[in-house]
Ligand binder design. Structure first.
Ligand SMILES: *Cc1c(COP(=O)(O)O)cnc(C)c1O
Length: 457
């Protein structure tokens, strides 16, 4: 390690930390398609969105033009608890792979929620408090978003109601207790506390739930309660905006080191960490200042980019949310039960969907046994126990480093390590026992869901 001048870890100092989020949409020649009101088929207005979301967040959602949006001082203060996050040179992984490539990762798991989601939770809770609201409602699948939001609500003294997909609620009781410790109220979804939930339970007895259904329940719980709004941890433009803090820090750290990435890799569920990770780099690419290969990695069991349709679809099963134009598997798509961890949402960020459609980035799907093999190799070399979601990015970073080895190229590979895997030990157990299975949906299964998508435009 000594022969090289690049340190193992690079942190920004407090005065180098970004104080404004970067809005990538400002540099997109073609803006992401607007959300549509499913009733009228017209773009949703700020007023309509204001019934569901906080006012400041509605403004951010609809703002395609302001390049930099200042981070409120209170949010900067909260960020100080867990930011800046380190940029790590994966010397030990490189050595194990025998690759000439240089691998870097931006580690977002250094907070109790264990993922990057706290970056947006901090902002969303702050704006809800600033508006004088009593509380917020949300859904959580794997549990990271609910945990992050619980922490943020505790910090800003807000009530927090979380609808947790039932199979996760049962599989991850410890995740639930973390949320309750921070003061959140956690309900398994589908529940009997909302109309959508009662209908879902009646139509599909014994269902273990889905993210799309939990979203519908959380929205219903917000709009039927005085002083509450709904918040979402991914997909939306505002969430990508908040997550730009990851990319801005990474950009500043790499510039400090004098390193230009060749390949940037991130896992993609709803697209928020990837959108944040690549934001300033994609901005340079859109402005014609620099070029990078950007790769989104998704599970083969939930392949929205690689096998989905780019079309308007509902964001939730209960069809209470606006329509979004995105790469989607159809709002009724539910990944196979043996799919571990997150990255199970049927759609994808409209910002990333537009960029992918324009050929500005690549996408790859990977099977979960190969993802866990990568996770194991990473844990044994770099020491961190990665989240299964993050391990999708590790898989492709390793594959790219092995390609560099074959081609004898010393490329700079940078990936996002979004979180830790301490609550995913059932999945790790299945992998360690050799009982983990891969599941790839058939074309016929996907077609059945495409057929149920709304016909728009
Ligand atoms: C939620 C989550 C993801 C995926 O969500 P995106 O919005 O696509 O970033 C990835 N990794 C971790 C650890 C997560 O908690």
């Amino acid at each position: 390690m000594n022969a090289n001048e690049i340190p193992y870890k690079t942190y920004l100092s407090e005065n180098e930390v970004p104080t404004a989020w970067y809005n990538l949409r400002a540099d997109m020649p073609v803006k992401p398609a607007p959300l549509l009101n499913p009733g009228t088929g017209k773009p949703v207005t700020a007023e309509e969105l204001g019934h569901v979301f906080c006012d400041a967040l509605v403004a951010q959602e609809l703002d395609n033009d302001t390049r930099f949006i200042p981070i409120p001082a209170e949010v900067c203060d909260f960020y100080r608890m867990f930011r800046p996050s380190p940029l790590i040179r994966a010397y030990f992984l490189e050595r194990a792979l025998g690759t000439p490539a240089h691998i870097y990762y931006k580690f977002e798991g250094n907070n109790t929620s264990g993922s990057h989601k706290l970056n947006s939770a901090a902002a969303q809770a702050y704006y809800a408090k600033e508006q004088g609201l009593k509380g917020v409602t949300t859904e959580t699948g794997a549990g990271q978003w609910g945990t992050a939001l619980s922490m943020a609500c505790a910090f800003f003294h807000l009530d927090c109601k979380v609808f947790m997909v039932k199979c996760s609620y049962e599989q991850k009781p410890f995740r639930r207790e973390v949320m309750r410790t921070y003061g959140a109220d956690v309900t398994p979804s589908p529940s009997m506390t909302t109309e959508v939930g009662r209908k879902m339970n009646a139509d599909h007895p014994g269902t273990t739930g889905s993210l799309g259904c939990a979203i519908s329940e959380a929205v219903e719980a917000a709009v039927t309660r005085e002083g509450y709004r709904y918040v979402l941890g991914s997909v939306l433009n505002q969430v990508l905006l908040h997550q730009s803090i990851i990319g801005l820090e990474k950009h500043a750290a790499l510039a400090k080191l004098g390193v230009k990435p060749d390949v940037i890799i991130g896992c993609a569920g709803g697209g928020s960490n990837l959108g944040g990770l690549i934001a300033p780099f994609m901005g340079e690419k859109l402005r014609g200042e620099n070029d990078y290969r950007i790769i989104a990695v998704e599970p083969a069991s939930c392949p929205s980019f690689t096998r989905g349709r780019y079309a308007y679809d509902f964001c939730d099963t209960g069809r209470v949310c606006p329509l979004a134009k995105m790469y989607t598997l159809g709002h009724d798509f539910i990944p196979s039960a043996n799919h571990a961890g997150g990255l199970r949402y049927h759609g994808m960020s409209p910002v990333l969907s537009e960029l992918y459609d324009e050929g500005m980035m690549e996408a790859r799907s990977v099977e979960q046994t190969s993802v866990f093999a990568a996770a194991q190799q990473f844990a044994r070399t770099e020491g961190i126990l990665p989240a299964p979601e993050s391990s999708h990015a590790i898989r492709v970073a390793i594959d790219e480093a092995l390609r560099c080895k074959e081609e004898g190229k010393a490329e700079n590979i940078v990936f996002g390590l979004t979180g830790t895997g301490y609550f995913d030990l059932v999945a790790y157990k299945n992998f360690n026992d050799g009982s983990m299975m891969d599941y790839i949906p058939t074309d016929a299964e996907l077609e059945a869901n495409f057929a149920k998508m709304p016909k728009v435009g």
